[in-house]
Design a protein. Sequence first.
Length: 151
Amino acid sequence: MIVNDGDTITLNGQRIRLLGIDAPEYNQTCMADDGSYRCGRQAREALVKLIAGRAVACEGGKRDRYDRLLAICKIGTLDLNRAMVEQGWAVAYGDYDDAQRTARARRAGIWAGTFERPRDWRASRNIRDEPAPAGFLDWLWNLFDFSGIAL
């Protein structure tokens, strides 16, 4: 399994977009009291830590315009989509509003400072909501900083 970014994984060769959330893009930066930081990378790392090498099961039926399966993914009873919003590393996008209110009140993750909503960040840079490639290209993508480059 590959964690592409904070809201997209590749499981058994299938691209899966976590339904109901929107995490900062991999190259997105946010502001905190001590300056800017790479919140997109931190969102990806948060999802990596949540998964921690455990088996992930995803359920969904619809696909987005990039043919990614839109799904709720779980490890046992742990809803990864909800957990990313609760930890403050994704914003609610149609679901999980209660989790977002809690994260915001706790100033968790991106709520600890200021940030552009991922959708707005993509739009301001004419970047499609398309994850980085998987496999070797995923490794290469993560090795270099391709800010502002859409695939």
